[in-house]
Design a binder for this molecule. Structure first.
Ligand SMILES: Nc1ncnc2c1ncn2[C@@H]1O[C@H](COP(=O)(O)OP(=O)(O)O)[C@@H](O)[C@H]1O
Ligand SMILES: [Mg+2]
Length: 296
């Protein structure tokens, strides 16, 4: 029940620590959009505690986290003449016009532009949460928008990591459990808990594993969200204003981690941001203006 049936607009207020039970269920449903499964069940009876195998721990860490040896295979992202218009009561509203670019594994793109210029819309299309009106997106030669819904959800879960301005951590789960949530729906083999612990150590949360999101600072929550996005070693990492809610110091810390983790991951990274401080960390910066993607 994902993607096309859901606008992809996630409500920021649901990420507040003091959630009503009803909101928690809705949050779970929205996480389902991203993860491809009923996350309300995850919250209640399938919390990903230490039921993960510990075998092959070292091997998995070496191959997935990246220690300078044997980077995991990753695919190229090709965006060909993507246009998007929303149908509104006043007629079609064009947002993106002929957006094209290509990124190989290990490369990144930073997209800037004023509010309302279509940055999130572009990210949602790349993340398969929205279909393009025309044009094509392929990752590793595969056109995910052409997949049937259930396969699309599995593809999204496995191949794409999302980081939003709001962390969207499940409030009833610990930090470690939150990072493990994507692994619940994945058939990928490996010691997921070891991977999650290692990522959490890398983002400086090794001593916060049992904390609930409400017991973390804003920067810590976003670092946990970063670890969650990377736990399945996605081929494509999409970040929508990842430092938008953080103070300058926390934002700098999250930006450092993002760049560092991307350098190890050999994935394609697309970041949209208003922040000049974040943008300057990426060599390829472009701007969305009047629907077109231009060099800055
Ligand atoms: N589902 C939708 N239906 C109609 N208009 C939309 C929808 N989603 C976004 N828009 C419009 O598209 C424009 C671009 O939105 P968005 O991609 O969120 O911009 P940005 O992320 O750059 O601030 C905005 O004017 C917004 O109102
Ligand atoms: Mg936006």
């Amino acid at each position: 029940m994902l993607g096309r049936e859901v606008s992809g607009r996630l409500e920021p207020r649901l990420a507040e620590p003091a959630l009503a039970a009803q909101d928690a269920v809705r949050l779970g449903q929205q996480v389902q959009t991203l993860l491809g499964r009923d996350a309300s069940q995850v919250a209640e009876d399938e919390r990903p505690r230490a039921r993960f195998r510990r075998r092959e721990r070292c091997q998995v860490l070496n191959s997935r986290i990246g220690d300078g040896s044997a980077p995991p295979a990753a695919g190229t992202l090709v965006v060909e003449r993507v246009s998007k218009q929303f149908e509104t009561p006043r007629g079609p509203l064009p947002i993106l016009l002929d957006v094209s670019f290509s990124k190989a594994p290990g490369e990144s793109l930073c997209v800037m532009g004023p509010s309302g210029s279509g940055k999130s819309t572009l990210l949602h299309i790349l993340g398969t949460l929205e279909p393009p009106s025309s044009g094509r997106v392929t990752l590793d030669g595969l056109s995910p928008h052409a997949l049937p819904e259930t396969e699309l959800a599995a593809f999204r879960n496995r191949a794409i990591g999302f980081v939003f301005q709001d962390h969207f951590l499940l409030p009833q789960c610990s930090v470690l459990e939150n990072v493990l949530v994507p692994t619940l729906v994945s058939r990928a083999e490996g010691d997921h808990e070891a991977r999650a612990r290692e990522l959490l150590e890398r983002v400086g949360l090794a001593d916060r594993l049992d904390h609930r999101p409400a017991e973390l600072s804003g920067g810590e929550r976003q670092r946990a969200a970063l670890a969650r996005a990377l736990v399945l070693s996605p081929r494509l990492v999409l970040c929508d204003e990842p430092t938008g809610n953080l103070d300058a110091s926390s934002a700098g810390n999250v930006a450092d981690l993002l760049v560092d983790l991307h350098a190890r991951a050999h994935a394609v990274l697309v970041v949209v941001t208003h922040s000049a401080a974040l943008a300057e960390r990426f060599p390829d910066r472009r701007r969305l203006a009047a629907g077109r993607l231009e060099p800055l």
